[in-house]
Design a protein around this ligand. Structure first.
Ligand SMILES: [Fe+2]
Length: 215
């Protein structure tokens, strides 16, 4: 699989249908998922994951936010920060994603579902849904967490400005050991500098890029 390839589209059957469903519901989440997949695969390859583990990583990264299909529009598409009740609903996407992928019957789906459940856990135990910490968090979940954070910050959102690569890396460094696995973060810092996934290569320029959510 080549870096930058829209890998979600190379999957077959139910995976393609799920990818289409997410795209129809929220195109920006779908595009984000494809970039997170590329970044996650980059890290996974550097970690020399076995082919079966790479397949799980790809499946989980591609569909890490598929549970957002179950989040109501007024929350999913809200162009502002969530209030506490809305945030609780949004956090449910991790468990909903687990349930959806577990039902697909795809190879590696059970393990990918577990990875998806835990993609918002924090290394220090402050994440959700289960407050897992350190190596209790599935390895692939820790990889996806870094890729997800990087890409989310590289996009402009209604509630935060566009950030430069160096600004993103400063924030990620501050989160190392708290939100993120420090060993994986060190690896990521080396990888990203020579990859095509830095914002100047992957994302439209600040001047030309769309902001906000789809209408
Ligand atoms: Fe997520």
């Amino acid at each position: 699989m080549k870096q930058g390839e829209p890998v979600c589209q190379t999957k077959q059957g139910s995976a393609r249908a799920l990818s289409l469903a997410l795209s129809l519901r929220d195109r920006l989440t779908q595009l984000h998922s494809e970039r997170v997949l590329g970044l996650s695969a980059l890290i996974g390859r550097r970690c020399a994951l076995e082919p079966a583990a790479m397949a799980v990583l790809r499946l989980a990264a591609c569909f890490h936010d598929i549970g957002k299909i179950g989040v109501p529009d007024h929350i999913l598409l809200k162009p502002a920060r969530f209030d506490p009740e809305e945030w609780d609903v949004m956090k449910g996407h991790a468990e909903m994603g687990q349930r959806i992928i577990a039902e697909t019957g795809l190879a590696g789906a059970d393990e990918a579902a577990r990875v998806i459940r835990h993609h918002h856990e924090h290394y220090d135990g402050s994440g959700y849904p289960d407050g897992l910490a350190g190596e209790a968090i599935p390895f692939c979940s820790r990889i996806i967490s870094i890729a997800d954070s990087y890409d989310a910050m590289a996009e402009s959102r209604p509630y935060h400005p566009l950030r430069s690569h160096s600004q993103i890396m400063d924030i990620l460094q501050q989160e190392s050991g708290g939100k993120h696995d420090p060993d994986l973060m060190r690896l990521f810092c080396q990888l990203i500098e020579s990859s095509d996934f830095k914002p100047h290569a992957l994302y439209p320029s600040a001047e030309g890029r769309e902001t906000g959510l789809l209408p």
